[in-house]
Structures are given as structure tokens and as C-alpha cells.
Design a protein around this ligand. Structure first.
Ligand SMILES: Cc1ncc(COP(=O)(O)O)c(C=O)c1O
Length: 390
């Protein structure tokens, strides 16, 4: 039977940043877009149906959060992540990055130190610097063929006064799904130094088969009271345009302060389409997600095997989650600052330049493989041909 994820859909002209901004960003319009983290797969049918049904109602006035959405999301957390979250702990935000920025503004002051773990999702840098906080970098280290947290360095950073951390779990771009042991170790340091953790768990649902995500705040009462957790249907079901994220805050005082900021900025409303689509996703689309995870695993294995065979200078540590590959291109005979442009103009493949993710990312490229496998085949061929001409 044909696989739904093998269907190639032309997305140009839909006002998609990933597809329609290639010309502006890369200076050429025909590069295969493998950069922005959204998928070239149609969202599951129940999601599309729910949005169409809502559109057909024909009234698009102000909306609150439906009880049924809250119930669907709580049930999703319980079933998929083993986490029972009472309704009172829930808050929302229009996006995870917006929520992180709101939290930074609410819980820290200009000049405060905030820890991140590069190479890491580039807006974390902006959220800290644009709010005039001080960026503290606890760089990941490669040990035993895997990216790991440098706990000794993290302890030093906390001891030197950093009281807030933005934690990416699973980790974009390196694809780690942190183990329970690693999370426990983090939770102990957080307790010892009384740190507030902004846990960006937007990739929670997109672990590759064989790996499972554990929400940091679900470990124990202490860490729960020190965490603000961000989750969303956006990556999971390819609905980033819904602008709906879930925020879980166990600690009453922190939740009240977060909600006050939301009120002050008048951000309490719900997007009429997004909330219907997201509810349908959480309610009906677990089987679709599991099919997707299998397909992504196939894409990862295929891409890694082809790279090893045809472009062995590019090295990749196998990811455990996300649909992003972190390509180590440092052995290629092309200067790191020229590589991204070379790939776009000569190979016609648009990737994210690793330097965006911090100094540690120089010489790396991030490749989004959430697309039909034949798109990957085409991209790899174009890359191979471009490198042959060097
Ligand atoms: C770790 C991480 N956080 C947040 C986002 C974006 O979230 P939002 O679009 O809800 O702001 C992404 C998107 O790729 C991401 O990878």
C-alpha cells in the first residue's frame, strides 16, 4: 500500500516561510527547502476536517479555551507521557518562543544570567539578549559518540549566579532525547542552586521509535515546582500556523505571575481554528503520529546510510528524536562560512547554517528530513554532484 508520507506536495505560493522565503534568504528560488522545522506532510485528516468545520460556521468572533480542548490535552499528557496534570496547572501562549520570552520578562530582571546549552535552537539567544539578560553558555560535549550535558560546567555556572535556565528537551538541533538519569542529575543541581527552568519540550512527541520523552517536571515534586514547561501540537502535527502552545506550571505563585503577564499583554484569547484543529489532533491522531515516527526513522536511517556511502566526509551522530540531522561538515574542503551559500546555490539545497546555533555550530549544517523520501534522494544527489565539482 502506498504510504501517505511518500506523497510529494508542492507548497510554493501558500505563504509558507519554509518554501516561499528561500529566495529572500538564500538568493535562489529553486533550492529544495530543508531548513525551517516544519514538515512537508499534510496534517492528519481529522485536523483538517475540524478546521474546515469551524470555518463553515461562518462566525469568527472572540473565543475562550474550550473545556473539551483542555480535556483532550490532559488526556494526551497522561497517555503519551505518563503525566497527570490537573486542569489548574495549565496556561497557554501563542507560541513557545513567545512564551519563553514572556517567562524571561516575568521571572527575571535585566542583567540576570540565563543558561542555555549550545549548539541550540537559535531564538533562545535572541530571547535572552533582546530582553537584556546575560547569556550563559553551558556547551554540550560529545562523549562516547553522543552529545551530553557537561554537568560540572553547569554546576559552575549555577554557582556563579545563574538562577534561570532554558532547557531544550528533546534537543534541537542535536536530536538527543535526554534519559531519566540525565534528567535526574539536572533536577538535583536545579534543586541545590534553586534555579528556575524554562523547559522547552516542543519536540516531546517526536521521539524516534525506541526512545521516549520524560517531561522534566514529572520527575518529582521539587523539580515540578521549579519548572515552566512548554509543549505544543505545532511540531507534532505540523500545525505551527495555529499559534497555540500549552504551558504547564505546577507552582501556584509562578502560574499567577505568568497569567498576569498574559493578561497585561491581552494574550488570553484562543485562535478559533487552531484550538479546534489541535483538539482533533490530541483526540484522534495518535495512530497518525506513530506512523509518522516510523517513517521519520526510515528517513533518518536512509539519509545516514547514503551520506556514509556517498559523502563520507559528512559525519552525523544518529538522532534519538526530532526530524533534524546535525551534519558535521568540518572535513569538507570548503570554508564553513561559505558552505551554506554553496549548498543553496550549487547543490540547490537550503539548509540551516550551524553557526546560527552558536559558536559550536560553526562547520555544521542542520538538515530537516521531514519530507517524502524521494525529496531526500534528490537533495543528496544534488549535494553529491555539487561536491564532485569542487
Ligand atoms: C526547540 C524549539 N522551540 C520552539 C520552537 C518554535 O516554537 P513556536 O513556533 O511555537 O514559537 C521550535 C521550532 O522549531 C523549536 O525547535
Amino acid at each position: 500500500m502506498a504510504c501517505r508520507f511518500d506523497v510529494v506536495t508542492e507548497r510554493s505560493g501558500m505563504n509558507s516561510i519554509k518554501w516561499d522565503k528561500v529566495q529572500d534568504i538564500y538568493g535562489c528560488s529553486i533550492a529544495i527547502p530543508m531548513w525551517v522545522a516544519d514538515m512537508d506532510f499534510v496534517p492528519p485528516e481529522p485536523v483538517v476536517e475540524a478546521v474546515v468545520q469551524r470555518a463553515q460556521l461562518g462566525f469568527y468572533g472572540y473565543e475562550s479555551t474550550p473545556e473539551s480542548y483542555v480535556e483532550a490535552f490532559r488526556n494526551w499528557l497522561a497517555v503519551r507521557h505518563g503525566w497527570d496534570v490537573p486542569e489548574e496547572w495549565l496556561a497557554f501562549s501563542p507560541g513557545v518562543v513567545a512564551g519563553l520570552s514572556l517567562a524571561v520578562e516575568t521571572f527575571t530582571s535585566p542583567g540576570d544570567q540565563i543558561v542555555i546549552q549550545p549548539p541550540v535552537y537559535h531564538p533562545f539567544f535572541a530571547v535572552i539578549e533582546r530582553n537584556e539578560r546575560v547569556l550563559v553558555q553551558n556547551e554540550l560535549v560529545v562523549e562516547g559518540g553522543q552529545y551530553r550535558i557537561d554537568f560540572a560546567d553547569l554546576k559552575r555556572k549555577f554557582a556563579q549566579g545563574a538562577k534561570t535556565m532554558i532547557f531544550c528537551s528533546p534537543h534541537n538541533p542535536v536530536g538527543r532525547v535526554w534519559t531519566e538519569t540525565e534528567l535526574q542529575q539536572l533536577a538535583e543541581l536545579v534543586k541545590q542552586y534553586e534555579v528556575l527552568v524554562l523547559a522547552d519540550e516542543i519536540w516531546a512527541d517526536l521521539t524516534l521509535p525506541g526512545h521516549s520523552h520524560r517531561p522534566l517536571a514529572s520527575l518529582n515534586e521539587d523539580i515540578a515546582s521549579r519548572c515552566i514547561t512548554f509543549m505544543a501540537p505545532s511540531k507534532t502535527f505540523n500545525v505551527a500556523g495555529f499559534h497555540l502552545s500549552n504551558v504547564i506550571i505546577r507552582n501556584d505563585e509562578l502560574r499567577e505571575r505568568y497569567c498576569k503577564t498574559m493578561q497585561r499583554l491581552s494574550l488570553g484569547g484562543m485562535n478559533a481554528f487552531g484550538v479546534r484543529g489541535a483538539e482533533a489532533a490530541y483526540r484522534h491522531c495518535a495512530p497518525w503520529l506513530d506512523e509518522l515516527r516510523d517513517y521519520l526513522k526510515g528517513n533518518v536511517e536512509y539519509t545516514l546510510a547514503e551520506l556514509e556511502k556517498r559523502m563520507p566526509a559528512i559525519k552525523v551522530l544518529p538522532p534519538e528524536g526530532t526530524y533534524l540531522l546535525w551534519l558535521d561538515c568540518r572535513a569538507l574542503p570548503i570554508p564553513p562560512d561559505k558552505l551554506n551559500r554553496f549548498l543553496a546555490t550549487e547543490a540547490r539545497v537550503a539548509l540551516n547554517d550551524g553557526a546560527m546555533f552558536g559558536q559550536m555550530g560553526v562547520g555544521f549544517q542542520r538538515m530537516n528530513i521531514a519530507c517524502p523520501r524521494q525529496t531526500i534522494t534528490k537533495a543528496l544527489l544534488q549535494m553529491e554532484n555539487a561536491f564532485e565539482k569542487l
